[in-house]
Design a protein around this ligand. Structure first.
Ligand code: NAD
Length: 258
């Protein structure tokens, strides 16, 4: 193989995201912020969103590498999502990568689940993801290329005691990716999901020591995951390394069996 051919073959399979524009919802902390960092380090220009504008700007400023900016967005507001996504695509001339990461978790045993908890969970996790994927698809269709990743969960696949509403919402999120991938493939848009196990973020801080010990015991790698480890899987899925991967939910769970 000549040097030119080798260089071309290597770049065709690299995870380089230079020249790409990415949007990450709920990017102010946890898995979202780790994903922002991973995408920026791979060369993408990244816009992160958070419900609070000051926090979004602060989070963006905390990323030392590349070009990262922060904007306010509540993903339950479909119109706001559509306006923001259109604005990002217009300002940067393109939108190549969207990570629908924003999500909430509220634990409750079946008998304790109230209607408002179900509404919040569905509005944020399911509605927010659908709004984001829909707006992303509209922005990407014209260029006939793009990559979208949603945040499902291992509990969406297997269920979890005390998490009926959350697990139901995350099962739905997985099916947003599967269904959207079937509609959007013809436009060159790939849609995948990651299904993390238990990751050390603010979302899992409330879990008691006993539950954490049980989860670690049930995890092949005998530890919790780090946000950066989920971010690496997301970076793979949005890169050309995954150019023939769509409609998949990738477990990032250290081998957790629920
Ligand atoms: P986190 O609570 O640290 O971060 C969630 C982010 O979403 C925050 O920035 C929050 O402000 C944002 N958000 C919440 N509601 C929003 C709304 N209406 N509009 C805009 N932003 C909103 O949680 P995390 O652990 O980093 O989780 C990120 C994603 O990964 C979530 O979708 C979560 O369900 C999923 N997940 C996490 C774990 C885990 O163990 N941490 C496991 C499986 C799946």
């Amino acid at each position: 193989m000549t040097d030119d051919a080798r260089t071309s073959a290597e770049s065709a399979t690299s995870g380089d995201l230079s020249g790409k524009v990415a949007l990450v919802t709920g990017g102010t902390r946890g898995i979202g912020l780790a994903t922002v960092r991973a995408l920026a380090e791979a060369g993408a220009t990244v816009v992160l969103t958070g419900r609070d504008e000051a926090k979004a700007k602060e989070a963006a400023a905390s990323v030392q590498t590349g070009s990262v900016s922060g904007q306010a967005l509540d993903v339950t507001d479909a119109k706001a999502v559509s306006t923001l996504v259109r604005g990002v695509a217009k300002e940067h001339g393109q939108l190549d990568i969207v990570v629908a990461n924003a999500g909430i978790l509220e634990d409750a045993l079946l008998g304790m689940i109230r209607e408002d908890l179900v509404e919040r969970m569905m509005a944020t996790n399911v509605g927010g993801t659908i709004h984001t994927v829909q707006a992303a698809a509209r922005a990407m269709m014209r260029k006939k290329t793009g990559a979208i990743v949603v945040l499902a969960s291992i509990v969406g696949e297997h269920g979890s005691a005390g998490q009926t509403a959350y697990a139901a919402s995350k099962a739905a999120v997985g099916n947003v990716a599967r269904s959207a991938s079937k509609e959007l493939g013809r436009y060159g848009i790939r849609v995948n999901g990651v299904a993390p196990g238990v990751i050390e973020t603010a979302m899992t801080e409330h879990l008691g020591e006993e539950i954490i010990a049980d989860r670690i015991e049930d995890t092949s790698l005998r530890r919790l995951g780090k946000p950066e480890e989920v971010a690496k899987a997301i970076r793979f899925l949005v890169s050309d390394e995954a150019s023939f991967v769509t409609g998949q939910i990738l477990g990032v769970d250290g081998g957790l069996v629920l």
